[in-house]
Design a protein around this ligand. Structure first.
Ligand code: ZN
Length: 386
């Protein structure tokens, strides 16, 4: 049964009863699931449900071509209004505006950013306010993230700016070695308390991420900002955001700034996101779509974490692996299938016998690659919350 985004269905909730829900998205890999919004429930409860939770015999497909405003579109409109102060748009206007927006976003609007000691070539469009559009260089204070159009303003700013670290509280500090020993820190920043800082972080991140939809509505999110300690100052390296109270996703967006990529910081942030979920006694998965680099980092993190576990423990099933690692079941199944340790058979996933030789070979090759790297990857220690 074909179910289009925007379709209304009866969907089974945890209490066993059926409620009206809107289908926002569908995925089929590794199993067919729908991402639904229960019409009368808070949007925090939106989640992926298995096909068999949905009554497919009574699907109300969306009306075609009347510019129906889906929740996703509503959210996008709210986002855009925050940025551009657009008043209420009618549906055709909205459709037109979104089309223009899509067109505009194909073109990069800023060529490079100056951030502390770095001059960084940007990759994608970012919805900075109109007056910052189509400029060759954007100047950003690496501590408060304020952005400026002119070098002169920037130099004046860095001269008087007293900020030396992200706002919020320190949640993690460690010594790492990549070339030389350095201290790194992670700061937990509440979007609701430090709105401007978080908005500026999102705008900066969008310059390096293709798919990112959140820029201005930062209040429902927490930001975990990774910094490198130089002298008495904390220099921004990357971050991830996490929607507060989301039942499904443990990470909304992740970025390591280009000068700091390939050092293992992405993996450290991913590991941290799972640590935080474990503390909440939750299973987590990142919000999709992942960026290209996000996909690579996650695939590598999942593979190593799961193989590390299979190396130590025998007779584990999918659920055991999920419980031990905090990695969502569909991510476990996908990873194991790609490694040839599971297969799809007659409508379900089955685990193959664990191939210990393959696992040892994986880690041996990994060690070899590490030896060749001049930059030593970051080793992550268990979190000690301050
Ligand atoms: Zn500043």
């Amino acid at each position: 049964m074909d179910v289009k985004p925007g379709a209304h269905v009866q969907c089974r909730w945890k209490d066993g009863k059926y409620y009206m829900a809107e289908v926002l998205q569908e995925r089929t890999d590794p199993v067919r699931q729908f991402y639904v919004h229960y019409t009368d429930f808070n949007k925090r409860l939106d989640c992926w449900v298995d096909e068999d939770q949905v009554d497919l015999s009574a699907v109300q497909q969306p009306d075609e071509g009347n510019g129906m405003l889906t929740r996703r579109n509503k959210r996008r409109r709210e986002e855009t209004q925050q940025g551009d102060q657009r008043e209420d748009l009618t549906n055709p206007q909205l459709a037109q505006f979104e089309k223009e927006h899509e067109e505009n976003t194909k073109i990069r609007n800023i060529d490079r950013v100056v951030l502390g000691h770095y001059e960084i070539q940007t990759w994608y469009y970012s919805p900075y306010l109109t007056k910052f559009n189509h400029i060759p260089t954007l100047y950003i204070c690496q501590f408060c993230l304020k952005y400026m159009r002119f070098g002169k303003t920037y130099r004046e700013h860095i001269h008087k700016c007293m900020v030396r670290r992200p706002p919020g509280k320190l949640v993690y500090r460690d010594q790492v070695s990549y070339g030389k020993v350095k201290s790194i820190s992670v700061w937990e920043v509440q979007g609701s308390e430090h709105k401007l800082y978080c908005q500026n972080m999102c705008l900066l991140a969008k310059l390096f991420l293709d798919h990112k939809t959140l820029y201005y509505l930062v209040a429902p999110f927490k930001f975990y900002v990774l910094t490198e300690e130089i002298g008495k100052a904390s220099h921004v390296v990357g971050y991830f955001s996490k929607e507060i109270g989301n039942c499904e996703y443990n990470l909304a967006c992740i970025l390591v700034l280009p000068p700091h990529q390939q050092k293992g910081f992405g993996r450290l942030l991913i590991a941290l996101s799972y640590e935080l979920s474990k503390r909440e006694k939750r299973i987590g998965t990142p919000e999709r779509p992942l960026s290209d680099m996000g996909r690579v980092s996650y695939r590598s993190y999942w593979t190593d974490t799961i193989l590390e576990l299979l190396r130590r423990r025998s007779n584990l099933n999918f659920k055991d692996i999920t419980d031990e690692t905090g990695i969502a079941k569909h991510d476990v199944m996908e990873t194991l299938t790609s490694l040839g340790l599971a297969k799809y058979w007659k409508g379900q996933y089955l685990m193959n016998p664990v191939d210990h030789k393959m696992i040892e070979e994986h880690f041996r090759k990994k060690e070899q690659r590490k030896k060749k790297q001049t930059i030593k990857p970051v080793k992550f220690k268990p979190l000690k919350l301050k």
